[in-house]
Design a protein around this ligand. Structure first.
Ligand SMILES: Nc1ccn([C@H]2C[C@H](O)[C@@H](COP(=O)(O)OP(=O)(O)OP(=O)(O)O)O2)c(=O)n1
Length: 129
C-alpha cells in the first residue's frame, strides 16, 4: 500500500474496536448499535462512497485518483473511514473476532487461488477447481 507513516501508524483493529465501543457507550448509543442497525449503517456508508464514484467512468477515476482535487479525495477518505468503523463495530456487535476472521480468510483465499492457477486471470476459483 502507498499509505505510510503517521496516517496508518495507529490503525489497529483491537484498538479501534475498543475506541468505538467507548464512543458509543459515552453517548448512550449501545441500544442503537444492534447488529442489524450497524449493518444498515455500513451499507449506507458504502452507498455514500459509491456516490462519489458514480457516473464518472473509469477514465475519471484512474488508480490514485490523479484528477480528483483535495476536497474530493478527503471525502473519499471520510467515507472509507465510515465503512471501516461501522464494519469493526458490526463485528464487535456480532462477537466476531475480526482480526482472527481476516487472518483465516486470507489463508482461505490463498488456498482457493493458488498463484500457478490464477495468475493474470480474474476468473472465479470455481472455474479452475
Ligand atoms: N448512531 C451513530 C451515528 C454515527 N456514528 C459514527 C460512525 C460513523 O463513522 C459516523 C457516521 O456519522 P453520520 O451518520 O453523521 O454520517 P456521515 O459522517 O457520513 O455524515 P453525512 O451523512 O452528512 O455525510 O459516525 C455512530 O457510530 N453511530
Amino acid at each position: 500500500m502507498h499509505a505510510s507513516g503517521d496516517s496508518l501508524s495507529g490503525l489497529n483493529l483491537e484498538g479501534l474496536r475498543v475506541q468505538l465501543a467507548s464512543f458509543a457507550a459515552e453517548r448512550g448509543w449501545e441500544k442503537f448499535h444492534t447488529p442489524r442497525n450497524l449493518l444498515l449503517a455500513l451499507v449506507g456508508e458504502v452507498g455514500e462512497l459509491s456516490e462519489l464514484f458514480q457516473w464518472r467512468g473509469d477514465e475519471d477515476a484512474r488508480p490514485g485518483l490523479p484528477d480528483w482535487d483535495d476536497v474530493a479525495k478527503t471525502r473519499v477518505g471520510d467515507e472509507l473511514a465510515d465503512v471501516l468503523l461501522y464494519l469493526i463495530r458490526l463485528a464487535d456487535a456480532c462477537e466476531i473476532d475480526l482480526s482472527q476472521a481476516v487472518a483465516a480468510k486470507l489463508q482461505k483465499n490463498a488456498t482457493k487461488y493458488p498463484v500457478q492457477k490464477c495468475f493474470g486471470s480474474s476468473a472465479k476459483y470455481t472455474t479452475f477447481q
